[in-house]
Design a protein. Structure first.
Length: 343
């Protein structure tokens, strides 16, 4: 060990004496610096810089994949892909008998959803979601251009702009189930294109779209039932006290409508309880058009939440009387008032 140390010091002294007597080389011909390490090895400045670049690349690679509330890939400024999955099971029981098609009381697997969502260059949102084990596999499949707050465009499959309760995310519901009015009378999802945005300092929100049909909620598996054709839908909400720093700030009023042609046949509207057992199936012949109107109210001051909604659906019955004249429309309506206190 003392011999190696003596040799090292001798080499250092010789190099210092030589450097002091020899002319300094130009930057273009200067040899790479050499550092002597404890184990007798050596490394050049270039090698150290290579290792630094490798560490930076590894750090950037770790920034690409992140795991917060869910795994995601970040592919550049304003571009990311989020991976999501949702599994929900509910225990249910009923004193009355349920439909054979709905199964017996017990564990009800309500959701088996997987999907991806994200954004592209802070300009386009997208979402692709599927329901595993369902006859209607695809849920939300859409892209949304959102570069301007006042006007945005969404296209694909998504929920029609109708009903406060129906358009609330399943993770943001106040109760386990949505109201019967929303699940039975609101349209639900369909293919279409929609223009939407916010005005007046985001206090006024509007949505208007054209869809292939009037949603999946009213549709049944029976081919003898008719449902709405190409549907025009719109919704407007207004928060008069938005921006105020008091209990009024979250007060919101809203109204919505849909209109669509209705072929001649038996109406597909029906009534079901929360456990999906059918209690009403109208055998009413309809023909003409289907119209929906909806009114809604939401107020969430602090831990309190109050919500209310009224929905009315009318199916025309043109030429259905014995004298070939019009009968009064078939009407289905529902409402709810709910309140919760978060603790």
């Amino acid at each position: 060990m003392s011999f190696i140390a003596t040799g090292v010091w001798a080499a250092l002294a010789a190099s210092l004496w030589t450097a002091d007597r020899a002319p300094h080389p130009s930057p273009a011909t200067e040899a790479p610096a050499v550092a002597i390490v404890a184990d007798g090895g050596e490394t050049t400045v270039e090698a150290a810089q290579d290792r630094k670049r490798d560490r930076e690349k590894a750090g950037k690679a770790s920034d690409v994949f992140r795991w917060g509330d869910h795994p995601s890939l970040h592919l550049g400024k304003g571009t990311r892909i989020d991976f999501r999955a949702r599994y929900q099971g509910d225990l249910r029981a009923s004193d009355g008998s349920l439909d054979a098609a709905e199964g017996d009381a017990g564990l009800d697997i309500a959701r088996r959803r997987v999907g991806v969502s994200g954004e592209i260059r802070n300009a386009v949102d997208f979402q692709i979601e599927a329901e595993l084990g369902s006859d209607d596999v695809w849920r939300d499949v859409f892209a949304n251009y959102r570069q301007h707050d006042a006007i945005q465009v969404r296209a694909g499959r998504f929920k029609l702009p109708f009903s406060l309760d129906e358009n609330a995310s399943a993770t943001n519901l106040d109760f386990v189930y949505r109201s019967r009015a929303a699940t039975q009378l609101a349209p639900g999802r369909d293919d279409g294109v929609m223009v939407h945005g916010r005005l007046l300092g985001r206090a006024l929100a509007y949505e208007a779209g054209l869809f292939t049909h009037d949603g999946r909620n009213a549709r049944t598996s029976h081919s003898d039932r008719v449902y709405g054709g190409r549907t025009l839908a719109g919704r407007v909400t207004f928060e008069p006290f938005r921006g105020e720093k008091d209990w009024r700030s979250d007060l919101q009023f809203g109204a919505a409508f849909t209109t669509s042609p209705l072929a001649e046949g038996l109406s597909d509207l029906r009534g079901r309880i929360a456990l999906d057992a059918r209690f009403y199936r109208p055998d009413i012949w309809v023909d003409g058009s289907r119209r929906r109107i909806g009114l809604e109210l939401r107020w969430r001051p602090g831990p309190l939440s109050l919500k209310s909604e009224y929905i009315r659906v009318s199916d025309e019955r043109r030429g259905q009387s014995v004298e070939d004249t019009d009968l009064s429309p078939a009407i289905a309506s529902g409402w709810y008032l709910s309140g919760t206190w978060a603790i």
